[in-house]
Each structure stands twice: as structure tokens, then as C-alpha cells.
Design a protein. Structure first.
Length: 572
């Protein structure tokens, strides 16, 4: 090949290459200008106008799309911005076709006509209103807004963001910063300028930046003094949070259904409605049964009062033992006086067997860490007794346990599924479970017989608790004597009025009973005796229960791409 021919070919290739790379057909798309005007309203909403000069080059496209984030994780739950008043026009104010789609956490404005192609330079002017974009802090309120978005796949030659305040603000009380670059960047914008409406009073802020590459954007942070924008009321704030986090309503629905369930299945029937003084227990009930009917629980105090009742009836004797070691607490010796069980009901028989076993004499301390197993069986039989006698529709303890277990299950489900709702979800499940457990205490239901028996018991309590000067109102009260005092003393202890009952017998009950002794009591008095017996009850309760051991601010850690707003776009 001749030298001239080679040169000719090389020149042709060079010209072709130049034409190839210079051809506008291969020019990349870009945004020549991105102007954002943000107006902060007094009601804390903002209105945004975006003017986007988009150059498609020689590519044939239908238009652009603009992604606007609206779903966030904030303050332990879901948070959504409220967008409205969308419109799109061209540079001359003519409406441009668009539609709004949901795309993950974004609202996508798909701008353009699917049947029409566009090429070259176009301008799109977007308008929309946003609510809930203001953050509220103790000393200031803040707009933290990603103005351009960081997800544009095209470069931006120039950007300008103007923020108009709801009113002029003193420069000294205003805070502002502008970040630029990729998400996470803390580099500041090229230019930040304040516009003064009067001396030292600012009404606008202007931020500019040049040559943003793909996936770079501009984020502005404006700190306003309190009172410039109106903070939503607590009710509105809760309403908005509830719209974003329906799970927050779970405790309210749970409370509603529990209340309805209580009215239908847990509320006691109406009784007489008046409390009349009574002089004995109803239906020959025992102290443990009395205590269970009053508060719907068979407790240690009811069983310890039952032991005293057995002593009063001659089945056993209680003796307080003086301990030689001062570091040890007082102990009590119990002696069985009757081997036969005539006159005792089932749980009283079980109680005597649990106390003595095959022995006739035991120390109370010997039952430590052992009696709790028997206590469960005894209380179970007490519950069975009041149900079988018709005072409750079902075992009140079983009802409480059912609701307690159900409440625990709800709390457990919260641990499993709360992660899908954030902290609000965990709290909502936990509160719902707690409500169920609390309501469980009110769900045991008495029969009409049980309600009347409770009123009778409260009448007995009135009699036991009444002051001496008021006894003249009880025309039919039995004559006071030691036998009456002892008989009703266990009932007074169950009802918590033993001191008042004893005070009525200061000059009547003056001899230590055969069924109880306390060498340390000194000169006998009914009040000292009752106090000593109270010590026995307290020790017994303890022994029974004993078991063997076994969104942050843009000024602090802010960056480009942070805050609300953002997104990006491209062509389609």
C-alpha cells in the first residue's frame, strides 16, 4: 500500500472519530439548571416549586420522572409526609401531563405523554405542598430538606435553592446551613446568602451550587426561633401518628373489647345496694371463704386466719417460743388437740394435715420452704368451695390466670412482630398485654348469691369496726362476751379490723385463752393479745409464701441527602 494511501486512510479514520465523538446523538442527558423555591407557611406546611431544565440531547424520550420520598422511620415508628396540590407545567405555564405512582417509599411523578416523544432541552416546573416537614425541638423549629434529591442519574450543572420564611426573623436568632455532595457528605454549598427585608431582619435564604454529578444533591437546614411556625396540637399530632402507625390503636381496641367483655361476663349482678350491720358470718362460712368472697382471692392472710379459727374451735393450740438467739426471729409451736376431723370441711382437713402430717406437735419454722406446695392445694380447695356453694359462676383464680396467660402471649407476640412497627409496635403490644392482665382481676363474676353474701360480710365488717359510742344504733346486737370476741376474731383479722374489734373488749376479755400463749406478753390485755396474735399471723404468712431458692437535627450530624425530601429522577 502506498504511503499516500495510508495517510489518506488515517485522515479518514481521524475525521470519523472526531465526528463520532462530536455528534450530538451521543451527547449524555443532563440537567442544565435545577431551581427550587421553598415557602414555609405559618401553619408549618411548606410549598415547593421545582424548575428543572432537562436536556435530553438527541435522545427521544417521553419525559422525566421525579421521585419524592414520603415514608420514613422516625421516632420509633413509621412517619409519612403529606403531599398535596401537585401540578406540572412547562416553562411557559402550559400544563404538562403527569401521573402519580407509588414506588416503594417514594411517590413518583411520571411526567410526559406515553404517545409523544421529546428531545433536546425541556423545562418542567413542578409544584406541590408538603405537611409534617418541620421538626420541633426544645429551643427551635427546623426545616431539614433535601432540595434536589440525591438519586438523579444525570449531572446537574447549576442548582439554586431559595427558602422564604413565614415572617422576617432576626438574623441572630436564625440558623442555617447547606450541604452538598453524595448522601452522607458534610461539604457545604458554594454559596449561602441571606436576603434582608429590614435592618438585621431576614425573610429569605438563597443557596447555590455548581456541577453536581450524578447522585449528588443539595440539602438545606433552617432553624427558626420558636413561635414563627405554629406547632400542631397534641391531638392532631397523635392523630397523624396513628394514621401512619395503625398499631398504636391496638391498646384502645383491646380496652374497648375488654370493657364490653367485662360488662357482659365480668360485672357482678346488682345486690341490695345498701350495707346493713350484721352480727355473724353469712351461711356459716369460714374465715377463708369470707376473705375469698370479699376480694375474690384466697390469700395467705385468709389461711393464717383459718389456723387461728381452728385454734378457737379447739383443734390446735398456738404457743409463742422465746428464742435465745437474738439474731433469730420468734417462732411458734403448734400442738394438735383433736385427731378427729368432725366438723371440718375439705380445705380445713387439708390444712390440718399440711400443718402436722403424722405429728402432733410442730414448729412453724419447720414449714419454711415446704408449706407453699400445700398452700396451693388449700387455696385451690377454698376456690372450689365458694364455687360449689354458688357464690361464683366459675373459679375466680382460673379466670385471672386465663387472662394473665393471654396477656403474656400478646406481649410475646409483640417481641416477635413489633420489629415490623418499630418501638411504637413494641409499646402497643406491651400495653395491650398489660391491659388484658389488669382486666383479668375484674373478670371473676359473682352470682347474685355471692353479691348478697358480700354485702352481708361488709355489714359484719361494719359491726366489727364500729366505735363503742355508736353501738347504741345496733338494737339487736348480741351481748358482748369473751365467746363472741373469740368466735369473730378470725373474721376481724381477715377483714383487717381486729384492732377495732379488740378495743371493744378492753374491759370484757381479760384472761389469756387456753388456745394461745405468749410468755413475753406480760400483763394480759386484749390489745396486747391481739397484737401478739398479729405477729403470729405475719410470721405464718411469710412461712407460707417462702420457697426454696432457685430523627435527629440537621445541625447535629446533618449531611447531604439527610432530612426530609430528596429522591431523584431521570428520563423515560
Amino acid at each position: 500500500m502506498s504511503k499516500i494511501k495510508k495517510i489518506f486512510i488515517q485522515v479518514c479514520l481521524l475525521i470519523s472519530a472526531c465526528l463520532f465523538f462530536a455528534s450530538p446523538a451521543f451527547a449524555e442527558e443532563q440537567i442544565n439548571d435545577f431551581t427550587v423555591d421553598i415557602k414555609i407557611n405559618k401553619d408549618a406546611s411548606i410549598e415547593v416549586d421545582e424548575s428543572i431544565a432537562y436536556d435530553f440531547g438527541t435522545e427521544q424520550k417521553h419525559g422525566i420522572f421525579r421521585d419524592l420520598p414520603y415514608k420514613y422511620k422516625n421516632n420509633g415508628g413509621n412517619f409519612k409526609l403529606r403531599y398535596s396540590d401537585f401540578s406540572v407545567t412547562d416553562g411557559e405555564g402550559k400544563a404538562v401531563e403527569f401521573k402519580i405512582e407509588s414506588k416503594g417509599n417514594d411517590k413518583r411523578l411520571k411526567i410526559g405523554d406515553a404517545d409523544v416523544f421529546v428531545t433536546g432541552a425541556m423545562r418542567y416546573v413542578l409544584h406541590y405542598k408538603v405537611e409534617r416537614a418541620i421538626n420541633y425541638f426544645a429551643d427551635y423549629d427546623e426545616l431539614y430538606w433535601n432540595a434536589t434529591g440525591n438519586n438523579w442519574i444525570t449531572p446537574i450543572s447549576r442548582s439554586k435553592t431559595t427558602v422564604t420564611l413565614p415572617e422576617s426573623v432576626n438574623k441572630e436568632s436564625l440558623r442555617s446551613i447547606c450541604y452538598t455532595g453524595v448522601s452522607g457528605s458534610t461539604a457545604e454549598c458554594v454559596s449561602s446568602r441571606l436576603n434582608f427585608s429590614a435592618e438585621n431582619m431576614v425573610d429569605k435564604l438563597v443557596f447555590t451550587d455548581d456541577s453536581l454529578r450524578a447522585h449528588e444533591g443539595v440539602t438545606v437546614v433552617i432553624g427558626l426561633p420558636k413561635g414563627v411556625v405554629k406547632k400542631p396540637s397534641v391531638f392532631k399530632t397523635f392523630f397523624e401518628i396513628a394514621k401512619d402507625n395503625y398499631i398504636i390503636l391496638l391498646p384502645f381496641f383491646v380496652f374497648y373489647f375488654l370493657f364490653i367483655s367485662w360488662k357482659k361476663n365480668g360485672r357482678d349482678p346488682k345486690g341490695r345496694g345498701t350495707i346493713v350491720a350484721q352480727f355473724d358470718a353469712p351461711d356459716n362460712l369460714s374465715p377463708a371463704e369470707i376473705g375469698t368472697i370479699v376480694d375474690e382471692k384466697a390469700q395467705q392472710k385468709d389461711i393464717s386466719a383459718e389456723i387461728i379459727n381452728l385454734a378457737v374451735r379447739g383443734y390446735l393450740k398456738i404457743e409463742k417460743i422465746q428464742e435465745k438467739n437474738i439474731l433469730q426471729s420468734d417462732d411458734y409451736e403448734l400442738t394438735k388437740l383433736k385427731n378427729e376431723s368432725a366438723g371440718l370441711n375439705e380445705y380445713q382437713k387439708t390444712l390440718v394435715q399440711a400443718l402436722f402430717g403424722n405429728d402432733n406437735k410442730i414448729k412453724l419454722s419447720d414449714l419454711k420452704n415446704k408449706f407453699f406446695k400445700d398452700l396451693q392445694l388449700i387455696t385451690k380447695k377454698v376456690y372450689q368451695s365458694v364455687v360449689e356453694k354458688g357464690y361464683f359462676l366459675s373459679n375466680p383464680n382460673s379466670v385471672r390466670i386465663k387472662y394473665f396467660v393471654f396477656g403474656i402471649v400478646i406481649v410475646f407476640l409483640g417481641f416477635l412482630f413489633g420489629q415490623f412497627f418499630g418501638i411504637i409496635g413494641y409499646v402497643s403490644f406491651a400495653l395491650s398485654g398489660l391491659l388484658i392482665m389488669i382486666f383479668g382481676n375484674f373478670m371473676p363474676k359473682k352470682s347474685e348469691k355471692g353479691v348478697l353474701a358480700r354485702e352481708h360480710i361488709l355489714g359484719l365488717k361494719t359491726y366489727l369496726n364500729i366505735a363503742e359510742k355508736d353501738r347504741i344504733n345496733f338494737h339487736n346486737a348480741p351481748e358482748k362476751n369473751p365467746q363472741i370476741f373469740e368466735k369473730l376474731l378470725p373474721f376481724a383479722m381477715v377483714l383487717g379490723v381486729e384492732a377495732a374489734w379488740a378495743k371493744q373488749f378492753e374491759n370484757i376479755y381479760q384472761t389469756n385463752p387456753s388456745w394461745y400463749s405468749d410468755a413475753n406478753m406480760g400483763n394480759f390485755s386484749v390489745l396486747a393479745f391481739t397484737n401478739s396474735l398479729g405477729g403470729f399471723q405475719s410470721s405464718t404468712n411469710t412461712i407460707m409464701a417462702s420457697t426454696a431458692s432457685s430523627g435527629g437535627s440537621g445541625f447535629s450530624g446533618g449531611d447531604s441527602g439527610g432530612g426530609f425530601g430528596g429522591g431523584g429522577g431521570g428520563s423515560w
